[in-house]
Design a protein around this ligand. Structure first.
Ligand SMILES: C[C@](O)(CO)[C@H](O)COP(=O)(O)OP(=O)(O)OC[C@H]1O[C@@H](n2ccc(N)nc2=O)[C@H](O)[C@@H]1O
Ligand SMILES: Nc1ncnc2c1ncn2[C@@H]1O[C@H](COP(=O)(O)OP(=O)(O)OP(=O)(O)O)[C@@H](O)[C@H]1O
Length: 284
């Protein structure tokens, strides 16, 4: 049997860091949502007890370093599954972009193998398993829009944000999430985003209030290290996006745009100097 799962990208509408924890992770407060840019994952049962990964993308690991491989191994070990699986990753989400591509692949693999092998694992248990693979994986298991706390694994789901276009642009650099969190410790956080304002903008479907309250404390760290990300942000603002922010630890910058007529100008303006540009909808 063969099944398919979609693995959408996430963006952080707000990302606040409260403090560094004893286990080395940071206590966060983030509002996350999914956008309509997704990897497509094919999973096919194998009689032999093995996990095989393939992908059309030449630049991701296909061995045990791949997060989809790790998800498959975790579920096989935990539920004593003797069958193997062939997993093909059709990558559409740019890699190491701050869009949780690998985390979403892992989450989709957990959901898919739960179906393929009729394991009937409840969603809550899949999220707990996901947390063993990465901080963004529990959110990616259920998707939607959520407030994430703890190290990202404690989730409170909510209604989707006011509908709009999302223009994503990724400069050609790779950013290490652990390096960005590490560098944040050495500096004073100048201003914290108001998570409460972002939540209320979403609940009341107030697009302008949402745009005015976007904030990410990791942004200053990445922008100082990589001036091209700052440049991209300024360009997106100048081209007329209503709200602009870096997603996660970067380097992808996203712009929220309410009027469809404004999207081509922003998209084309960015494409002039950046190869990875996408105009997508938020997933509701
Ligand atoms: C930046 C975000 O993507 C925003 O959604 C997440 O906070 C990071 O999620 P992720 O990439 O799934 O993170 P993990 O794979 O769990 O951790 C990567 C590295 O980021 C740092 N990390 C991550 C999450 C967190 N709450 N505190 C941290 O300090 C740790 O150094 C860790 O070694
Ligand atoms: N299935 C996968 N897809 C993409 N990258 C993967 C995958 N599995 C492992 N990786 C590795 O994970 C690293 C991070 O890639 P990913 O695209 O998940 O980053 P990200 O979008 O910045 O994640 P996050 O937003 O969760 O920090 C890359 O260096 C890549 O080699």
């Amino acid at each position: 049997m063969k099944i398919f799962e979609k693995a959408p990208a996430k963006i952080n509408l707000s990302l606040d860091v409260l403090h560094k924890r004893a286990d080395g992770y940071h206590e966060v407060e983030m509002v996350m949502t999914m956008v309509d840019l997704a990897d497509r994952i094919e999973m096919q049962e194998l009689a032999r007890d093995t996990i095989i990964i393939s992908s059309q993308a030449g630049y991701i690991p296909l061995d045990e370093k791949n997060l989809a491989f790790q998800a498959a191994r975790l579920i096989k070990d935990r539920y004593d599954v003797k069958q193997g699986v062939y997993i093909h990753l059709d990558k559409q989400i740019p890699v190491a972009a701050g869009l949780a591509g690998g985390s979403s692949d892992a989450a989709a693999t957990l959901r898919g193998l739960n179906r393929l092998w009729n394991l009937n694992i409840p969603m809550e248990e899949l999220r707990v398993l996901g947390a063993e693979l990465g901080s963004d994986v529990p959110f990616c298991v259920t998707g939607g829009t959520a407030l994430a706390t703890g190290r990202g694994e404690k989730l409170e789901h909510m209604a989707s944000p006011p509908q709009c276009w999302v223009v994503l642009a990724k400069p050609p650099i790779n950013v290490s999430t652990s390096e960005i969190y590490g560098k944040l410790n050495a500096r004073e956080i100048k201003s914290h985003p108001s998570t409460a304002n972002v939540l209320s903008a979403i609940r009341n479907k107030q697009f302008d209030q949402l745009c005015g309250n976007l904030g990410n404390v990791l942004e200053e760290v990445t922008l100082d290290l990589y001036p091209e990300v700052r440049h991209l942000k300024e360009c997106m603002q100048r081209l007329g996006a209503d709200g602009v922010l870096m997603s996660g630890s970067g380097p992808t910058v996203f712009g929220l745009v309410s009027k469809e007529a404004k999207v081509p100008r922003i998209y084309n303006g960015l494409r002039g100097f950046c190869k990875d540009v996408y105009a997508v909808r938020m997933l509701t």
